[in-house]
Design a protein around this ligand. Structure first.
Ligand SMILES: [Cu+2]
Length: 170
């Protein structure tokens, strides 16, 4: 079959348009991913090295994580203490969940009451095979009848492989 120059041009344009659409789709997907991670990283306080405060306007929540450094496959305690106008407040239906930029399984932990107004969860998280260390935590709770949430972030370190420290031995 012989194609007229006009048909060839139309076909060529169609192929070019399809390629451009595919490139745009990939770019916007990557941009969406990047901005999701970037936005979280930009405004989510990092609790890897120091405690932080999640400021939700009417509620402020202190976040403490330890022991530091936060290690994969070890028990890490995430503690939260809420205040409303500097008065202690309890977080209702409080759950902390953990994600990375890629799926890493379900890590959802209801908070339990702890002394001195803290609410906490003890959490064991895996190491990411990609080598990525950055995790995001989301604290979700109910306040004044409304669902609320706030994000924080942290780096999870690989347990030491050094013989003698106990972590590498059985
Ligand atoms: Cu991962």
């Amino acid at each position: 079959m012989r194609l007229s120059p006009r048909t060839r041009t139309v076909l060529g344009l169609a192929v070019a348009a399809a390629l451009a659409a595919a490139v745009l789709a990939v770019r916007s997907r990557d941009a969406a991913r990047g901005s999701a991670a970037g936005a979280a990283g930009a405004d989510a306080p990092d609790v890897s090295r120091a405690d932080a405060t999640l400021d939700l306007g009417d509620v402020r929540v202190a976040v403490s994580a330890g022991p530091r450094p936060l290690l994969a496959f070890a028990r890490n305690r995430f503690r939260f203490r809420a205040a409303r106008d500097d008065d202690p407040a309890m977080l209702g239906d409080a759950v902390v969940s953990f994600t990375m930029t890629m799926p890493m399984g379900d890590h959802r932990h209801p908070l339990v009451q702890a002394p001195d107004g803290w609410q906490e969860a003890e959490v064991v998280l895996p190491i990411c095979p990609s080598g990525n260390r950055r995790w995001f935590g989301t604290l979700a709770f109910t306040h004044a009848g409304r669902p609320r949430s706030a994000r924080f972030t942290f780096d999870l370190q690989q347990p030491s492989q050094t013989p003698g420290d106990g972590t590498a031995r059985r």
